[in-house]
Design a protein around this ligand. Structure first.
Ligand SMILES: [Fe+2]
Ligand SMILES: [Fe+2]
Length: 409
């Protein structure tokens, strides 16, 4: 990608920027690391930095099975930009944190996604991205967690962090676009193929798969998996770390400056989903400790938009089937619901029921094998794999037969 510049990219410095929340509310933003918040800032930068190359490690093998040159080009762009996001975080560590910053930067380069000895720091970034449907789900759901985290860090009183995050957000938007349109194109192709074959029941999995497309129930299972893994990235619903980072002026809320309140949150509450006597209920908690919950709620709202688009494609094709986000208690490893099992509808169930029915809700080995069987590369200019529709428009309005990637033989 010759047009891509390698380097450190920052949004322009805003003149007279002030800290928009916490106990330093209204003070001038810091151009150097404030000593009292140094450890906390370093930890947040390292966690953010760790996710960036992890996704490249998870996704790069997909270049071998791209369903078109257009998709291959998008994969390259996502991967190059994530690499550059890592570099932005490494820059902050090197420039502002002295020797321990340099050591942390080295560790970022040493860890590897899924590695038994030195894995990446967060669960979703050690999972496999085995096929292109997973890639689209990942860029839709997991990159969107990235968007929420970057938005919160873009509010930071530490101005160099704010500026790098503001720049990264512009690129994150494209990653989510790749995910949203990717899933749209898969759904579109499945609906078209079912219609052409005269199939009226989208749940008749074997008949749909025989057409060489991915059936809607399996798309729902993949969605359940990636959404629940991404929810875990928000951490515990109630968290003193989150409260401390907010108080310190280090990490704010999504769209902090547009929220109409005192931006200190000393006396307010926020409703948190909790398990109360075996039921899922909203309970008021101090707003400061509930910041992870709030960010996760913002995330869930943001996720819902894509589902409206995908469901419109399905209903326009005349099918009575709706993709849905599973309940937040479904398939969780972190937070309030990690020790219980719940159905995608949010009904609590015992271990035996979960073990018996898990395969109805999450992709099974068979589902994975079927999707893998479709993952054969398509490298002819302007051609697409059987299981995905062409995009509505090319990158930068390029024509359908544009040679996005030149493959040397
Ligand atoms: Fe990123
Ligand atoms: Fe991204």
């Amino acid at each position: 990608m010759p047009e891509y510049r390698w380097g450190i990219l920052l949004a322009p410095q805003e003149e007279n920027r002030v800290i928009p929340f916490g106990e330093h509310y209204g003070d001038p933003a810091w151009q150097e690391v404030p000593g009292e918040h140094r450890a906390m800032l370093r930890r947040l930068i390292v966690i953010q930095g760790d996710t960036e190359p992890a996704s490249v490690e998870q996704q790069r093998h997909l270049g071998k099975t791209a369903p078109s040159l257009y998709d291959l080009r998008n994969l390259f762009q996502v991967n190059v930009e994530e690499g550059r996001h890592l570099w932005a975080m490494v820059y902050l560590l090197q420039k502002y944190f002295g020797r321990d910053g340099r050591e942390e930067a080295d560790e970022l380069l040493r860890r590897r996604s899924g590695d038994a000895d030195s894995p990446r720091m967060l669960g979703a970034f050690n999972e496999k991205t085995p096929d292109w449907l997973s890639f689209f789900m990942f860029t839709y759901f997991t990159d969107r967690d990235g968007k929420m985290q970057l938005h919160s860090l873009a509010q930071s009183g530490f101005d160099p962090l704010s500026r790098t995050c503001r720049f990264m957000l512009t690129e994150e938007a494209h990653h989510m676009f790749v995910g949203e349109t990717g899933i749209s194109r898969v759904v579109q192709r499945t609906c078209e193929a079912m219609k052409d074959a005269g199939i009226s029941d989208p749940s008749g999995i074997a008949k749909v798969r025989a057409l060489g497309v991915i059936d809607l129930p399996t798309i729902q299972k993949k969605l359940n998996l990636h959404y629940s893994l991404s929810l875990d990235l928000f951490g515990s619903e109630v968290s003193t770390n989150a409260a401390n980072a907010f108080n310190a002026g280090v990490k704010g809320r999504y769209r902090e400056t547009q929220i109409d309140d005192d931006h200190r949150l000393q006396n307010s509450t926020y409703p948190v989903l909790k398990l109360v006597n075996g039921e899922i209920k909203r309970v008021d908690e101090p707003a400061l400790t509930a910041l992870n919950m709030r960010l996760r709620d913002d995330y869930t709202q943001d996720c819902a938009k894509g589902l409206l688009r995908w469901n419109k494609i399905i209903s326009l094709a005349g099918y009575d089937f709706k993709l849905a986000l599973p309940n937040v208690a479904f398939h969780r490893e972190i937070g309030e619901f990690k020790d219980v099992h719940a159905t995608p509808d949010g009904m609590l169930i015992d271990d035996a029921t979960w073990n018996k029915r898990e395969g109805e809700w999450l992709p099974s080995v068979d589902d994975g094998d079927f999707i893998s069987s479709l993952m054969t590369p398509v490298t002819e200019i302007g051609s697409y794999a059987t299981w995905i529709s062409p995009p509505k428009v090319g990158i930068d309005n390029k024509p359908g037969d544009f040679e996005y990637v030149k493959i040397e033989t």
